[in-house]
Design a protein around this ligand. Structure first.
Ligand code: TRP
Length: 521
């Protein structure tokens, strides 16, 4: 069976088409093809089999994207797009199928798990390492949901959450910042999603939360807090255990850092995480470097997962190539393992049936698609997921806030003055060039980064809506909007800094010591 779209099928749908892959894989394929292609081949004339045409379309799609990302002249892009369309027509002619990225022609012997797939339509690049779009409004999340095969968090689910928990939904839910969850994939009965988590809660069955952070530097920025703020809310509302993974091993494997640095960053970052207000009696924070060897359950699960995922599969999902170090290739098993309760025998008393809910930014989804695929095969329930959007960079929603670009980020260590200056100087504005024009035509809140940040952090729904209306009508100027944001963020960050100061080494040690939590399993 061939699936309807390439992103929804890491065999959860039972189809045999290739799971989606990262852009790294596409780039590699494009380079290989580029290396082997002659000019006469690129016009499609020399290709014969459907598979060859398929590969040409894929490579050309990548070429178009590269031109767009590199802001090539319009004429050049137009020519490349025309060629892409022509190749697609040719593909259809020889294969009898519409081109679908990631789904090679069904009858081709070359179609296998190792053929990388691409997000063929649209300009958005989203994988665990890269987030970029050419759209000033940011990534097209509606499209991403379709591509990733997840489900939108509808008003009905939010209402049910409010009913079941008796609490008003967090603003991140009300405003579509946590916007997607993993749906039940029929006919697989063990699949979980947020509805099933709520069923479990209503039936007084416990579940637990799992989230994490890759400690790549000492400095955390505001975007890093989003999953933790939300997870803290979930922990309070549901009163359940939480495990937080600090992937110091991942950062060592991917970045040019020493093991000592990565471990030190893990401990430093733990302080910022703890400052979000987690309850030490309900939360276990761990560094992979420390916990893997210490636990009687964790590494066993890592190995089980490793036994059930092939190199072809991770190549397909993450775009690894033959020249990636083997540490990277096996790392996904380490991020998957905390999704299973037996990884924490001290908390769950060896029980293997405790369901897991993972709040995370949607770029982490590939890890958990893999996890959900493996789970039934090793006798564990699939984790449920809640996905968030990205926190935009100051310069605009084309990319997410990144600690490696200080001007794109508001750090948790910034002073009130730095916050003010950064917002005034760098926050991309949807306002008009002059006050007169702005008053006349109004601003565009959809591309305005200050407004976007307010949707994340201004609690008052009515005030936010008023700001949106006033900005759109031109009654509110960019400077005034920015002032409002500055006044929202400054106290928030100062309070965070004060709470972080209270976090001693002793507190960190408590959170990071494997121990029983205040729950009985
Ligand atoms: N890989 C993530 C990062 O680089 C860290 C992480 C590990 C994570 N486990 C997770 C994030 C679970 C969300 C949920 O940031």
């Amino acid at each position: 069976m061939q699936c309807a779209d390439e992103w929804s099928c890491i065999s959860e749908t039972g189809c045999d088409c290739t799971p989606f892959s990262s852009w790294a894989a596409v780039c590699t394929l494009a380079h290989i093809l580029a290396d082997t292609m002659t000019d006469s081949q690129t016009d499609g004339a020399a290709a014969e089999s459907p598979m060859e045409f398929y590969e040409k379309v894929t490579a050309q799609g990548e070429a178009v994207r590269e031109l767009k990302t590199g802001k090539a002249p319009k004429e050049e892009i137009d020519v490349a797009v025309k060629l892409l369309l022509q190749l697609k027509l040719d593909y259809k002619r020889v294969s009898g199928q519409d081109y679908k990225a990631g789904c090679p022609p069904t009858d081709s012997p070359a179609s296998g798990e190792s053929v990388p797939a691409a997000a063929e339509d649209g300009d958005d690049l989203v994988d665990p390492w890269t987030v970029a779009t050419s759209n000033a409004k940011g990534v097209d999340y509606e499209k991403l949901i379709v591509r990733f095969g997840s489900s939108k968090i509808e008003a009905e689910l939010i209402e049910r959450m409010e009913r079941v928990t008796g609490q008003k939904a967090h603003r991140f839910l009300r405003r579509g910042i946590f916007f997607s969850h993993r749906r039940v994939q029929q006919p697989c009965p063990s699949a979980l999603d947020m509805h099933q988590i709520l069923d479990a809660y209503e039936n007084k069955k416990s579940f637990y939360l799992y989230t994490g952070r890759g400690p790549s530097s000492e400095a955390m920025h505001m975007g890093h807090l989003i999953p933790f703020i939300f997870t803290k809310w979930l922990q309070d509302v549901f009163d359940i255990p939480l495990v937080i993974q600090l992937t110091d091993d991942e950062k060592y494997l991917w970045k040019d850092l020493t093991l000592e640095d990565c471990h030190r960053y893990a401990v430093e970052n733990a302080k910022d995480i703890i400052a979000c207000g987690f309850d030490v009696n309900k939360t276990f924070i761990f560094s992979d470097l420390d916990y893997m060897g210490m636990s009687s359950g964790f590494y066993r699960n890592v190995v089980k997962i490793q036994k059930h995922v092939t190199f072809n599969q991770v190549k397909g999902i993450f775009g690894f190539t033959d020249s990636d170090c083997i540490g990277k290739i096996s790392f996904p098993a380490i991020q998957a393992a905390p999704s299973f309760s037996t990884s924490f025998p001290q908390i769950f008393n060896g029980r293997k049936d405790i369901q897991c809910l993972i709040p995370c930014a949607i770029d982490q989804d590939p890890y958990f698609r893999m996890t959900r695929d493996v789970a039934p095969r090793i006798g564990y329930p699939k984790p449920a997921l809640l996905h968030s959007t990205f926190f935009p960079a100051l310069q605009g929603a084309q990319t997410k806030m990144s600690a490696s670009d200080p001007n794109s980020s508001i750090f948790l260590t910034d002073t009130a003055k730095q916050i003010k200056n950064k917002i005034n100087k760098h926050a991309f504005s949807g306002g008009r060039d002059t006050v007169e024009e702005h008053r006349k035509h109004g601003g565009d809140a959809d591309v305005d980064v200050s407004f976007m940040y307010l949707t994340f952090f201004l609690e008052d729904d009515e005030k936010l809506e008023q700001i949106r209306q006033d900005y759109t009508s031109g009654a509110l100027l960019t400077g005034e909007l920015k002032k409002c944001l500055i006044e929202t963020l400054q106290p928030m960050i100062t309070q965070h800094q004060e709470r972080r100061k209270q976090v001693t080494d002793e507190t960190v040690k408590q959170f990071m010591t494997p121990r029983k939590l205040d729950f009985h399993f």
